[in-house]
Design a protein around this ligand. Structure first.
Ligand code: ADP
Ligand code: ADP
Length: 232
């Protein structure tokens, strides 16, 4: 069974004269631990599909099943990374990663929960190459380093599915290359299912084990290309 199964999905924004159809009958299966890239022109609905899978958007017709359960809102099994890093500016790198859940949950946390969280945060700080900035604040870091923190934060609760919306779109070419190698390494080690949205075809082919191409809006899946293993 697929990790994510999208069936006959429709999504529109607004109503009446302002009604915009964003997704039109999307069918998509994503297997566990797969690294899928989703590519298409700007405005075709990639971000909408990702946010809907994450549970951040309601949808009309169709269904989304993740881990055998209907998606009807955000869940700890799915985490999202955006182009903007959205870190808490008043928290250090380590605390941004550690306090990934809403702080109200932390009031009830036991000391062993806090220790486990701290251990996981340290492991992710190591994995993401953040040890030397663990006690710095986001504003002191470059964009690439801030995005490493955002990825570590997303991985903190061990999500099954990591949804990445043009995560490296704001970075320069050299930093982007480093981040490509890093995210492949993360995928290899953590075995997380990754759905990675980009409008950059080269990036989609370089990173994806499977490249899903969306047609111009309203969003439909146009084709799905398996990238031959030897190409990696
Ligand atoms: P992509 O990620 O491929 O650039 P989006 O999913 O952002 O595409 O957008 C798909 C369509 O939905 C576009 O026509 C866009 O203008 C529209 N859209 C996206 N978000 C909203 C919103 N919050 N309200 C109204 N229309 C939206
Ligand atoms: P939490 O710490 O509980 O994960 P966040 O403050 O990180 O909450 O995010 C609150 C909500 O806003 C989440 O559902 C998250 O997915 C969404 N969100 C966070 N950053 C962005 C962004 N840059 N653009 C759109 N939505 C975002």
């Amino acid at each position: 069974t697929p990790k994510i199964a999208v069936r006959g999905l429709y999504k529109h924004y607004g109503r009446g004269a302002r009604r915009t159809l964003a997704l039109q009958h999307v069918d998509l299966d994503i297997a566990a631990s797969e690294f899928v890239t989703l590519v298409g022109a700007s405005g075709c609905g990639k971000s909408t599909l990702l946010r809907t899978i994450c549970g951040l958007e309601e949808y009309g017709q169709g269904s989304i099943v993740c881990n055998g359960r209907d998606v009807d809102g955000p869940g700890a099994d799915r985490a999202m990374v955006f182009q903007s890093y959205s870190l808490y500016p008043w928290l250090t790198v380590k605390d941004n990663i550690r306090f990934c859940r809403r702080l109200k949950h932390h009031a009830a946390a036991t000391s062993s929960d806090v220790e486990i969280a701290s251990g996981r945060a340290d492991a992710l700080i190591g994995l993401m190459g953040l040890a030397h900035v663990a006690h710095a604040y986001p504003a002191e870091l470059s964009g690439g380093m801030q995005q490493r923190v955002a990825i570590a934060r997303a991985l903190m609760a061990r999500p099954d599915v990591l949804l990445m919306d043009e995560p490296f779109g704001a970075l320069d070419a050299q930093t982007r290359e480093v981040m490509h190698d890093l995210i492949r390494h993360v995928h290899h080690l953590e075995k997380t299912t990754i759905v990675f949205v980009t409008h950059d075809v080269e990036e989609a082919i370089y990173l994806g084990e499977r490249v899903v191409v969306m047609a111009p809006r309203p969003g439909r899946i146009d084709s799905i290309v398996d990238v031959p293993f030897g190409a990696k």
